[in-house]
Design a protein around this ligand. Structure first.
Ligand SMILES: C[S@@+](CC[C@H](N)C(=O)[O-])C[C@H]1O[C@@H](n2cnc3c(N)ncnc32)[C@H](O)[C@@H]1O
Length: 281
């Protein structure tokens, strides 16, 4: 990528390079990210998106009591802590040790996951969502609030892995950047309302340092691609949610702002289920 050194823009990169770059990026950014967004996300709330949709009201996951829940790309695991307070048995995975460390530190005061060994951190696991370290049929539910799915080159791998580790009939709900946003500059103001890029161009957005090393990558899927990834993994889509920007919510999150939020969707939440019987292969 020598011709692209020190730049940010659209450039093709290999899947493995994306994973490496994003692990470093989230490790480095974890403290700043949580300083900026931690209060909004809360300590043990399940917030799906910058629009502030809260699982306590939305109930997209359905009943969680006693359910084994996998949280994918959990960051500091706020959602898993909320699930724990609701009687679920969450396991939180993330690529970034630094993000998980913030979660581990946050767990300590409430000790939400006591185990006979006292290892309350045991259910925060560093893993790549494209290669989940769990046996088939390990979970009843899986969820993700902007974790992993928008960042990987091959999200179909995540869908296939989630389908594998869910039991038959299991449910998977994940939020991602709304595909429409790809066509617009990631700016909170009026400049973020004019189409500047093809919605159909899947070339990833990347950032590269002065030495030509990839430091960040985000991958686009159109709505059609997102649906195909889920259906291809054996899921049936039960609901697509495009949260509206609530009246009185004035707090921006990067390019998500009240101005844009009132005019165009910023988040897509996909709710899907597996059949009760696993198809024979
Ligand atoms: C925007 S944060 C979302 C986390 C949390 N829900 C929140 O709102 O803070 C994205 C998370 O996805 C994680 N992530 C990125 N790529 C991943 C991958 N391939 N596997 C697992 N986690 C990944 C990042 O480390 C980061 O913690």
């Amino acid at each position: 990528m020598s011709d692209f050194a020190g730049a940010a823009g659209f450039h093709t990169v290999p899947a493995a390079a994306t994973i490496r770059a994003n692990r470093s990026w989230w490790d480095q950014e974890a403290p700043d990210y949580l300083a900026e967004h931690g209060e909004f996300l809360g300590h043990d709330r399940f917030i799906w998106c910058p629009e502030g949709l809260d699982e306590a009201e939305a109930r997209l996951l359905g009943p969680v009591v006693g359910r084994r829940v996998l949280e994918v790309g959990a960051g500091a695991a706020q959602c898993s802590r909320w699930l724990s307070t609701q009687g679920a048995q969450p396991v939180a995975i993330d690529l970034s040790v630094a993000m998980l460390r913030q979660g581990r530190a946050a767990n300590a005061p409430i000790d939400p996951w006591p185990t006979p060994t006292g290892a309350d951190q045991a259910r925060l696991i560093q893993a790549d969502a494209c290669r989940l370290p769990f046996a088939d049929n390990s979970f009843d539910l899986a969820c993700s609030a902007y974790g992993a799915v928008p960042f990987v080159a091959e999200p179909a791998l995540i869908m296939a892995e989630v389908a594998r580790v869910l039991r038959p009939g299991g449910r998977w709900v994940c939020s991602v950047t709304h595909p429409l946003r790809w066509a617009l500059p990631d700016e909170p103001g009026p400049e973020g309302l004019t189409v500047s890029h093809s919605y159909f161009d899947r070339t990833p957005y990347v950032e590269v340092d002065d030495a030509g090393r990839l430091t960040y990558a985000e991958h686009h899927r159109t709505l059609q691609d997102r649906v195909a990834d889920l259906v291809g993994a054996g899921f049936r889509i039960t609901q697509l949610v495009e949260p509206t920007w609530p009246e009185g919510h004035e707090q921006p999150w990067g390019g998500w702002s009240p101005l844009r939020g009132r005019l165009i969707p910023g988040t897509l939440i996909m709710c899907a289920e597996l059949d009760q019987a696993r198809p024979s292969t």
